[in-house]
Write a protein that binds this ligand. Structure first.
Ligand SMILES: NC(=O)c1ccc[n+]([C@@H]2O[C@H](COP(=O)([O-])OP(=O)(O)OC[C@H]3O[C@@H](n4cnc5c(N)ncnc54)[C@H](O)[C@@H]3O)[C@@H](O)[C@H]2O)c1
Length: 433
């Protein structure tokens, strides 16, 4: 057993989690719970200050999972990369966004790797969790981390393990979601698997870091393509005069060979709209066009504008123009019951309604104000009346949506989520995708 494996096995290893956001913070909590000494390292002083006080800022992590470990001294937080010098294991959970031309923005991974290399010592395991294109670990991390004479699989152990966190999922959390791991060498895999086995019920070893990177992209591409498919089913059904949601719900009664996905106002969140484009970008460098991904992206990206077209049609049926109408967008979070607004289609819907001359407010019990994508608005209170609006557009179907009151008060509704089905009231004013 190597000294590092011994430290992992005895829980005396010091683990630094780089990037304590949606992915990093749950890991910090699990590592501390398992008995490791953990430091959350982040550039954002607000997150570091909160964690240092044992306060969570992520919906799925209760502060009670952090505070006792902070108190016992096992859990710390820092903005100073120098803490890496004392790390036995580093888990990298930094962002992987797209740039303006929808290409991978690798700055955060490159910078994080450089910071680790600056403080590197022999006997460290470094695992990348950020979603990225196949090849990143061996092309970006390994060269940098072996630059100063460290031997891969001996002095430094490098692996990739994709994060699968599903914000808001009450059943599957970090601990009980199987964890795929690929190592740069068999010894790298062994060390990374030892670390994760201490905190996660089931680890799934795969043969390489590229395979592990591709697993994550397959999972998210699967969702993006299936959502693209059902969004197109919605577009086709409208032309055919059929209710797409009814079709999908009926198809979902088939006990085998079908998995329901539902149409909506467009993709949101940090993963599904972005990750497949990492794969298609990589394939373009290899002179291959990832056709399913690009088609799904084209359909999914067109949905917010389609929503506004449907809003215009609903207003038109009521003898009104978009220009001059008062419209309330219900929900700016990208999905039900979360506070996260990243990549939310609500912003495109709000922009486009405004561009066409509507006066737009929003209501979201989970998001009191927004300053994103050029939208700076305070939400109207969740108990505000719906009657003053010419149209209410449901973009996010939070459980808190007052369905019966909405149906009773609103003059006109565009329900992009099929969330009013079965609610008693005047169905004539409800329009769908
Ligand atoms: N949010 C999800 O549901 C989810 C799910 C699966 C995978 N992922 C992937 O995980 C990665 C992280 O996503 P996230 O949602 O946690 O992002 P996030 O923005 O919530 O957190 C990332 C954190 O990294 C910090 N950071 C950036 N550079 C740093 C550096 N050099 N040193 C220390 N900290 C640094 C940022 O300040 C930020 O707090 C992304 O690649 C994402 O695609 C996210």
């Amino acid at each position: 057993m190597t000294p590092l494996l011994e430290k992992i096995s005895s829980r005396s290893a010091h683990v630094v989690v780089m990037g304590i956001g949606y992915v990093g913070l749950p890991l910090v909590a699990e590592l501390a719970r398992a008995g490791f000494r953990v430091t959350g390292l982040d550039r954002d002083p607000r997150k570091v200050t909160a964690l240092a006080m044992g306060e969570s800022y992520i919906d799925d992590v209760p502060s009670s999972d952090l505070a006792p470990h902070v108190k016992s001294g096992r859990l710390a937080a820092s903005t100073d990369p120098a803490v890496l010098a004392g790390a036995d294991a580093v888990i990298v959970c930094v962002p992987t966004p797209l740039n303006k031309t929808k290409e991978p923005d690798m700055r955060f991974i490159v910078d994080a790797t450089a910071e680790i290399a600056r403080h590197q010592h022999p006997g460290m395991v470094i695992v990348l969790e950020s979603t990225t294109y196949p090849g990143t670990t061996t092309e970006v991390l390994v060269p940098k981390l072996t630059e100063r004479g460290f031997t891969l699989g001996k002095d430094v152990f490098v692996a990739f393990s994709p994060e699968r966190v599903d914000p808001g999922n009450a059943v599957f959390k970090t601990r009980n979601t199987p964890k795929v791991i690929g190592g740069a060498t068999p010894a790298c895999l062994e060390h990374a698997a030892a670390l994760y086995s201490a905190i996660i019920e089931q680890v799934v070893p795969v043969s390489s870091t590229e395979t592990a990177e591709m697993v994550k992209l397959l999972e998210n591409t699967f969702r993006a393509v299936n959502i693209g498919l059902v969004n197109e089913v919605a577009l086709m059904s409208r032309r055919l005069g059929i209710d797409a949601f009814e079709v999908i719900r009926a198809a979902a009664t088939k006990p085998f060979g079908f998995m329901p996905f539902y149409p909506g106002p467009g993709l949101g969140g940090h993963c599904i709209p972005i990750d497949p484009l990492y794969l298609s970008w990589k394939l373009r460098t290899l002179k291959y066009q990832a056709r399913f991904i690009e088609l799904a992206d084209a359909i999914n990206s067109s949905m917010p504008e389609y929503v506004v077209d449907r809003a215009a049609a609903a207003l038109n049926d009521a003898g009104k123009a978009v220009r001059g109408s008062r419209v309330l967008v219900y929900g700016v979070a990208y999905k039900r019951d979360v506070t996260d607004v990243r990549e939310s289609p609500a912003f495109d819907v709000i922009h486009e309604l405004g561009r066409r001359g509507a006066a737009v407010d929003y209501m979201d019990p989970h998001v009191p104000e927004v300053h994103e994508h050029g939208v700076d608005l305070r939400g109207v209170p969740p108990d505000a009346g719906f009657a003053p609006y010419d149209l209410v557009v449901i973009v996010t179907d939070h459980r808190a949506l007052p369905r019966e009151r909405l149906l009773a008060e609103a003059r006109l509704i565009l329900d992009t989520r099929d969330s009013l089905r079965g609610v008693p009231g005047d169905r004539a004013k409800v329009h769908t995708l």
